[in-house]
Design a protein around this ligand. Structure first.
Ligand SMILES: [Ca+2]
Length: 398
């Protein structure tokens, strides 16, 4: 796939206008070389001045939704025959090409984005080469759900970096669970691989993968007046436009790079990255939903001056996603704790809380989690929780 970052986009209307001017100016002569060389000068000038722009990569992978299927002759029922039969992908082992809906054997597969998905059977994998910028960090967003066994695991990797994603907990009841994982590119082309390491009695049992996208994570900058990086959660993984139940950010136990720059997902369960198009978000385009109670915390370590006082301000609310009830977000800053109750009516309300703390060292850890577990009012299979947004820390001026 082609990158669009780093390629210069010259100002075509301006260059063309200048070219026409030059043509007219030289119309009395028959020499076409003079205007042509001037045009090339303008072109070079445009390419090498402020008219250039860079857009970070943020796209679906080619055939990332698997809607472009194998030829019927390369399918044996649902099993894909041939290493290169699935367009844009390379497959290994027992990979099925699935159409959403009822399946033989009484299964039902939800394919929330488009119609088709792939299922990775025992020890099967699919991979694709992606062109990237060495040294840059990328996050992959992908729809993945288990299909029959409780203990299904999806291994995602690029050369030298990998993560095992347990799929036993279903966070949405419609098959829409979506995850993100980040890696640092160490070469111009990386091979992204999804692999099912499991061996089940039924060899076709394994994770269903229905969409894959990639986004380049640009380096973070501090915003004046806030010691917290990415405190509004505005910088995060690719969000699928057409359908989203939020993106699960797995606990960062072993991974070096976070799909949510600046933040660490602690403990066992993920937190959810939610976007303004599909949820109610207190501020900006994105926020975090704490979907796993005390089993999942989100944290950041900030620089502080010992003995100095600081204010921690943050917003707590609900995502307008049918998550009702008495919620509680617990916040920790150094040795101070604040419990923020929030009664959700499921209408997308929010409130702001403030915690004053005294730093005890050069670094202070901020931690947030949901005190309780919640499920949607009319859908007990769908885990949900309070929303966190707009985390700000600044020194108290005396
Ligand atoms: Ca926000």
């Amino acid at each position: 796939m082609k990158l669009n970052r780093g390629t210069c986009i010259f100002n075509f209307p301006l260059t063309f206008f200048l070219f026409i001017r030059v043509i007219l100016a030289h119309s009395s002569t028959q020499n076409i070389m003079a205007p042509l060389s001037l045009f090339l000068c303008f072109l070079t000038f445009s390419l090498c001045t402020g008219y250039a722009s860079a857009v970070p990569l943020d796209v679906d992978l080619p055939n990332g939704h698997f809607e472009d299927g194998p030829k019927p002759s390369n399918l044996k029922k649902t099993v894909i025959i041939g290493k290169y039969s699935l367009p844009k992908w390379e497959i290994s082992g027992l990979v099925e090409y699935i159409k959403g809906g009822p399946q033989p054997g009484g299964f039902f597969f939800n394919v929330p984005r488009g119609v088709h998905a792939v299922r990775l059977g025992n020890e099967a994998s699919i991979s694709q080469n992606v062109t990237v910028i060495p040294g840059s960090v990328y996050s992959l967003t992908f729809g993945a759900t288990r299909t029959c066994a409780q203990d299904e695991v999806l291994t995602i990797s690029v050369p030298g970096q990998s993560a095992d994603l347990p799929l036993q907990t279903l966070y949405s009841s419609n098959g829409g669970d979506t995850y993100a994982w980040a890696f640092k590119a160490t070469s111009k082309v990386v091979k992204v691989t999804f692999h099912n390491p499991g061996i089940q009695e039924d060899p076709t049992c394994g994770p269903l993968l229905d969409a894959v996208a990639i986004k380049e994570m640009l380096p973070l900058k501090y915003i004046r007046g806030n010691l917290v990086k990415n405190g509004g959660f505005e910088i995060g993984p690719h969000v699928f436009k057409e359908f989203s139940t939020g993106i699960l950010l797995p606990a960062k136990v072993m991974d070096k790079y976070s799909p949510l720059p600046g933040w660490i997902i602690e403990s066992l369960k993920p937190v959810k990255y939610i976007d303004r198009k599909h949820f109610s978000v207190p501020k900006g385009l994105a926020a975090i939903e704490l979907v796993a109670g005390r089993e999942s915390a989100i944290a950041q370590t900030i620089r502080t001056v010992p003995n100095k006082f600081y204010n921690l301000i943050f917003t707590v609310g609900d995502a307008k996603n049918g998550c009702h009830g008495s919620m509680m977000v617990e916040a920790f800053a150094g040795k101070e704790t604040l419990k923020v109750p929030f009664v959700s009516e499921g209408k997308g309300g929010f409130k702001t809380a403030i915690l004053k703390f005294q730093a005890t060292s050069m670094r202070t850890r901020l931690t947030f989690y949901s005190a309780y577990y919640h499920t949607k009012l009319h859908d007990y299979g769908h885990l949900c929780g309070p929303v966190l947004d707009n985390v700000i820390v600044f020194p108290v001026t005396s």
